[in-house]
Design a protein around this ligand. Structure first.
Ligand code: FAD
Length: 498
């Protein structure tokens, strides 16, 4: 047991009070507690983190700050490079302990290594807790017994069957000590800023309002709605492949991903709430299609991201097939900007920018289109775009799914290509999703909504949408590209150079 001393809790993810092992430990250690958030210039860059994603995170920080204020504390925000910020804090606050949550992506691990080294030199004791995944990933690695991590879901499920269920969430026992002005001293700190106060984000136009607001309170309320929906029936009948990518109000999945990503919702709490519902029913869907199954996908990809070198790129990544992708700037730009001439793709990319969230199958379709389906552009390029705009942008999950969709890892049925016309028609024959995100096509008759280039000129005129003027012609012929790319994939899979 350590004697009590001044303690810094460094929040990065885990922007919550509930089930937060790092916070619990910090409150036990602290004679005085400094809740800190560092705005790291590495991330704070509108080229890297888009408006919606940053806005959502700031809302989570604001909500955490509100909760801390109930204990007469608050979230101290400092802009700067983490090692330097923590050194400066140490000089002013002379803290004994630094607590933070384990992180798994490459940048964070390198950053934390440097922080740990510097803190050791300064005589500060550091404590790292696990809290962002169902299991402590080091525990799962231990269970691997030196073997490689499973790359298929069935083997992953076998692994966790051996390990047993994840730990239960911890009870809220935190008694957060107050924070006083005297304690802060000469250290320059600020409250949680508004997004337009952040350098680089001052003049960014606000994209159409996203329906999802960040914060632990929102997260808990949303989770309650999920578990209570249709008296639990919704949870126990949930089957991911049967959910619809074009339902908007309400979406056909939980939209808890952005909350889980920021740690505004504990994934363990969500797991055990789902388990409680499942235990009341004898018939229920099962992993990998059930809701608990979705959390296992997340866990699986986290474990892979943690253990496979260079998981976020092609080079030196032992899991990733090296496919000779090509690059055409104009095609890539058209895809990113929602100007491909395929309404479903363009509506989806508009949703990505305006909402920062897409249904899983919509992500499938646009990712397939960019890579092996149509444009034959590297998944690394697509992953960057998703990372920038998604409010749930998550390093390991994003990389894993992009590898999946591009047949670079996990999935090999390259002959299964999503049609940007036939696929959405199944779910939304009148194209309401397209009409919502692409008002230019609002009056296009349903018959042409996914293929407006086929509409006779008179129909285009009546719909107030002339192809080539108001809305682009398709940048490629899907059927031709599909055939050509399948041939390329055959070569790749037969290990022949192209
Ligand atoms: P639900 O279906 O309600 O699932 C509940 C939770 O399970 C999600 O909140 C999420 O935490 C987890 N989950 C669900 N599906 C997956 C999956 N396939 N892989 C891992 N975890 C999953 N998800 C992210 O959280 N961040 C990303 O950056 C991300 N990038 C993706 C990129 C591509 C190309 C694709 C195809 C998928 C990506 N996903 C990503 C996975 C998935 O699309 C989202 O997690 C899901 O759509 C989020 O919506 P939801 O919360 O309503 O999911």
């Amino acid at each position: 047991a350590c004697p009590k001393g001044p303690t810094v809790i460094w929040f990065r993810k885990s922007l919550r009070i509930h089930d937060n092992p790092t916070l619990q430990l910090a409150t036990q250690l602290a004679s005085q507690l400094y809740p800190l958030f560092i705005l790291d210039p590495y991330y704070i860059n509108p080229e890297k983190i888009g408006f919606q994603r940053f806005r959502f995170m700031l809302e989570c920080m604001k909500d955490l700050d509100n909760s801390l204020r109930k204990y007469n504390s608050s979230l101290l925000v400092i802009y700067g490079e983490p090692v330097t910020v923590l050194e400066n804090c140490y000089r002013t606050w002379n803290f004994s302990y630094l607590c933070f949550e384990k992180d798994t992506d490459i940048y964070s691990r390198n950053r934390d290594k440097k922080v740990l080294e510097r803190m050791k030199e300064l005589g500060v004791q550091c404590f790292l807790e696990s809290g962002h995944t169902l299991y402590d990933l080091d525990v799962l690695v231990g269970w691997l017994n030196g073997k490689s991590p499973p790359t298929q879901m069935t083997s992953f499920l076998k692994l966790i069957e051996q390990v047993g269920p994840p730990p239960k969430p911890i009870e809220i026992t935190c008694n957060i000590p107050p924070l006083t002005i005297d304690m802060i001293g000469s250290m320059k700190v600020s409250n949680v800023p508004e997004i337009h106060e952040i350098p680089g984000y001052e003049f960014i136009a606000v994209p159409t309002t996203c329906p999802f607001q960040g914060g632990e309170s929102q997260a808990l309320e949303r989770m309650q709605q999920v578990v209570k929906r249709e008296q639990g029936n919704w949870v126990v009948t949930f089957s991911k492949p049967n959910t619809s990518p074009t339902s908007l109000n309400p979406p056909s999945t939980t939209v808890l991903s952005p909350y889980i990503k920021c740690g505004a919702l504990s994934v363990r709490l969500f797991f055990w709430e789902l388990k409680k519902v499942e235990d009341c029913f004898s018939v229920k869907t099962k992993p990998p299609v059930s809701l608990i199954g979705q959390l296992y996908w997340r866990e699986h990809f986290y474990l892979l991201g943690y253990t496979i070198p260079h998981f976020d790129r092609i080079q030196d990544n032992p899991l990733c097939k090296s496919i000779p992708w090509e690059y055409r700037q104009d095609w890539f730009q058209a895809w990113e900007e929602g100007q491909t001439g395929y309404p479903f793709i363009d509506a989806a990319m508009t949703q990505l920018k305006q909402w920062g969230w897409l249904h899983h199958l919509t992500r499938h379709v646009v990712a397939c289109f960019l890579t092996r389906g149509d444009l034959w552009i590297s998944w690394e390029k697509g992953k960057e775009v998703f990372e920038k705009y998604l409010i749930d942008g998550d390093w390991s999950i994003n990389a894993a799914n992009w590898m999946w969709l591009s047949c670079s890892a996990f999935f090999t049925r390259y002959f299964r290509v999503y049609s940007p016309v036939a696929f959405p028609k199944k779910y939304d024959p009148h194209g309401n999703f397209v009409r919502y995100f692409l008002p230019v096509l609002r009056n296009m008759p349903s018959k042409y909504i996914y293929e407006p280039w086929k509409a006779p000129l008179k129909v285009q005129k009546d719909a107030n949408c002339i192809l080539g003027k108001d809305y682009p012609f398709p940048i490629v012929n899907h059927e031709e590209m599909k055939k050509r790319n399948i041939q390329k994939m055959i070569q790749v899979f037969q290990n022949k150079s192209l």
